[in-house]
Design a protein around this ligand. Structure first.
Ligand SMILES: [Zn+2]
Length: 740
């Protein structure tokens, strides 16, 4: 285990490396860097001073696989090395061998010890002290930063804490400081002279997570990060605490809990239980009595996707941090530096994303996480022209170029369903505020709810539910299927599929990270549609003796009437047989009845026998008419699979007097031989009628549904509670069943 652990480290000799465009300017002295080797590739290099190791790469380096080093004695030795991206890496185990030393992890100093191979424990040794992030001693190292390299002798052995105390006056001290006392007096008991710790504060709103400890007077502090389990220990001295304290942050992404207790006389220990070892800074605030630990946000992953010709880079982090985004050429790369961030899972991979060659996520420096996306040569055009800086204070989206955008990924945390009679409710909770994009699709009927930038948890990523909604207005029950899925790497999609169009109401709750979507069949009961079969009697319309328009129109309108009645509508017809009705009487009927809709059915005609397809006209004076026309046109085109001639506004005589929403449908061209043949078929006319009916239901679904105004947020909150309560009860019931 130890060997594995040590082998995961390597040294980087940066003395001869060219300046990297990715890196900030560096002192060009012989600096050594320590990195972990990840999948055979270097990642997360860290710098420390090579002069403490007293190794100098020789001027001549003839072998690319070995690094020649001059030892303090003047002798030369060689260690295994390799290069990548212009950086030379040196294997740490190989270095130890070259020096005739052994390398061991020593938990008592929380570091690596380089010491003569046969020397006893505690002999002269070089300690490499990481102050970094570990997955755990038994497991792989996720990152190791060597902050200190020092000679250690017998007198230094066995020091349990390789960290110093920081006194209020800015000094460092190896031993716990004593309280100041008047000259000539004898030291009292530590607990009597210590400052009282007054309280703990955990701040997780805005900025990095912070923990503050307040004492009655300024105290000294020391801190160390421990792994397995991950925790940050902060000792305060001289300090006392009457009663142990525990604080649970509201947001436990980084800090799970904070506890404080009297560790030993005069020393109060504050322990931050962390979700993962995390970069941190402990310092005194402007109020010298307050010691503050500031922790990095965690970065655990990324997502890449394309949408509408735009390339999206999603960052998966526990909080938004300042960004530096830079383009690099040859090869084309996007470099994203996240300030105040610790990478919890380093990645180096070739994602299955078109145009992307590789992605690396690593700890570039302490507190700086770096994502590098390397593009195929022809895909770099989307890169920004210049560097872009972004900070959370400024807010807003991270626009980096016309063709590229950075997104902070949101996480869906809960998705619950509740069936209540004719209503189905979907309750969604995410980590951050959500936006909702809605689509109405047909063939089959679907309501699509998209949450851009959101990622579903694994257990919800391909989930499906089935429900039976009570039919409204005496209609049949509606079978509904709900599917949750990841439409793209950065887009969560909920699809509600049904036989007939459904309406929805979306409630966004205060804070915008909770949402309730209610889904039901549109309420059509009592709604009156006036159907107008065009022409009649003496007025044959278009067509010829073997198939006249007036009869085709009447047949389709009658079938449409039946289809709408089945769906709960009330119907009136301007004519139900082959009689002549003047144009002005037709819309007048709809007005007189205060109808909800007026739909005139016609078959098209043109001198050119080749003219074909479907078109729907609407009266421009009412804003909803176009929506109605589009819904009907879309359904007709989809069902009849004829040419889509689009929706058109027109002040046709038959429409222009209508005071209710009014459209005129030209089902097909009776003057086109092929379409005439189709219009002559009963199945075609029946399909046309069903399609218009579906379009009308969609129109009402759209009219009634949609986003609910913010004023209804109380109703939304009430719905939320009911959905949550019921689904929890259902789970409890399930649990009870299981236990029986
Ligand atoms: Zn006509």
């Amino acid at each position: 285990m130890l060997a594995l652990f040590a082998a995961a480290l390597a040294l980087v000799a940066a003395a001869s490396r060219p300046v990297q465009a990715e890196d900030p300017p560096q002192d060009d002295t012989a600096a050594l860097r320590v990195v972990r080797v990840l999948d055979g590739r270097p990642a997360a290099p860290f710098q420390f001073l090579s002069d403490r190791l007293r190794l100098t790469p020789t001027a001549e380096q003839p072998d690319p696989d070995a690094l020649l080093l001059e030892l303090p004695s003047g002798q030369t030795t060689a260690a295994r090395t390799y290069r990548e991206d212009g950086i030379q890496y040196l294997d740490l185990v190989s270095l130890a061998t070259a020096l005739g030393m052994r390398l061991d992890w020593d938990p008592s100093v929380w570091g690596f010890l380089l010491r003569p191979r046969h020397a006893a424990r505690g002999a002269q040794e070089i300690a490499l002290l990481p102050e970094g992030v570990f997955d755990g001693l038994g497991g792989p190292v996720s990152q190791a930063q060597l902050t200190t390299v020092e000679e250690r002798g017998p007198e230094a052995a066995g020091v349990p804490y390789p960290v110093a105390w920081h006194t209020p006056s800015g000094q460092e001290s190896a031993t716990p400081p004593q309280a100041p006392r008047p000259e000539g007096t004898r030291p009292g008991k530590p607990e009597e002279e210590a400052s009282q710790v007054l309280g703990l504060r955990v701040l997780t709103d805005g900025g990095m997570p912070r923990v503050q400890v307040e004492a009655a007077a300024p105290v000294s502090h020391r801190s160390i990060l421990l792994a397995n389990p991950a925790r940050l220990v902060i000792d305060l001295a001289p300090a006392r605490l009457e009663q142990s304290l525990v604080e649970l942050p509201a947001d436990q992404d980084v800090v799970k809990s904070v506890r404080a207790s009297q560790f030993e006389p005069g020393v109060v220990r504050v322990v931050l239980d962390l979700t993962h070892p995390t970069g941190y800074r402990v310092a005194r605030t402007s109020d010298s009595r307050v010691i503050q630990a500031e922790l990095d946000e965690h970065v655990s992953g990324y997502a890449l996707w394309r949408e509408n010709d735009r390339f999206y880079v999603g960052l998966d982090a526990t909080g938004k941090v300042p960004l530096q985004v830079r383009p690099l050429r040859e090869p084309d790369r996007l470099v994203v530096d996240m300030q105040g961030a610790t990478v919890t899972r380093e990645l180096s991979e070739r994602p299955q994303v078109e145009g992307v060659r590789s992605v690396r996520l690593s700890q570039f420096q302490p507190h700086v996480a770096r994502l590098v996306v390397e593009f195929e040569s022809q895909s770099g055009a989307a890169l920004p022209k210049a560097a872009v800086a972004w900070s959370p204070e400024g807010g807003g989206p991270v626009e980096i170029s016309e063709a590229m955008q950075l997104v902070w990924l949101n996480h869906v945390e809960q998705l619950r369903t509740r069936l209540s009679g004719s209503w189905l409710y979907l309750a969604v909770e995410a980590e951050d505020p959500m936006t909702l994009e809605t689509l109405q699709l047909s063939g089959p009927q679907r309501l699509v709810f998209d949450i851009p930038g959101a990622v579903l948890p694994r257990d919800l990523a391909q989930k499906e539910w089935s429900f039976t909604l009570d039919g409204r207005d005496g209609r049949q029950d509606e079978q509904v299927t709900v599917r949750a899925g990841q439409f793209s790497a950065g887009r969560t999609r909920l699809v509600v599929e049904s036989r007939d169009p459904l309406e929805y109401q979306a409630y966004r709750l205060e804070g915008q990270n909770r949402m309730v979507i209610g889904i039901a069949s549109p309420r059509v009961g009592g709604r009156l549609v006036v159907l107008d079969p065009g022409h009649g009697g003496l007025d044959r319309g278009a067509g010829d003796t073997d198939l006249s328009e007036k009869l085709v129109n009447l047949d389709i309108a009658s079938r449409l009437g039946e289809a709408l009645k089945r769906r709960g509508f009330e119907i009136a017809m301007t004519r139900s047989d082959d009689t002549f009705i003047p144009l002005w009487e037709r819309a007048a009927l709809a007005n007189a009845l205060s109808a909800d809709l007026f739909v005139s059915i016609h078959s098209n005609a043109a001198v050119d026998g080749a003219a074909e397809g479907i078109e729907t006209y609407y009266l421009p004076k009412q804003p909803n008419n176009q929506i109605l026309a589009q819904a009907v046109q879309r359904e007709l085109v989809r069902t009849l699979r004829r040419k889509d001639r689009g929706v058109k506004s027109n002040n046709f005589w038959v429409l222009r007097d209508a005071e209710v929403p009014a459209i005129l449908v030209e089902v097909s061209f009776i003057t086109n031989p092929q379409e005439k043949e189709l219009l002559g078929r009963e199945t075609y006319r029946k399909e046309a009628a069903e399609a218009v009916a579906t379009g009308i239901v969609q129109y009402f679904a759209r009219l009634d549904g949609g986003p609910v105004p913010a004023s209804a947020s109380a109703a939304g909150a009430d719905l939320w509670n009911r959905v949550m309560h019921e689904s929890r009860e259902a789970e409890d019931a399930k649990a009870t069943d299981a236990s029986i």
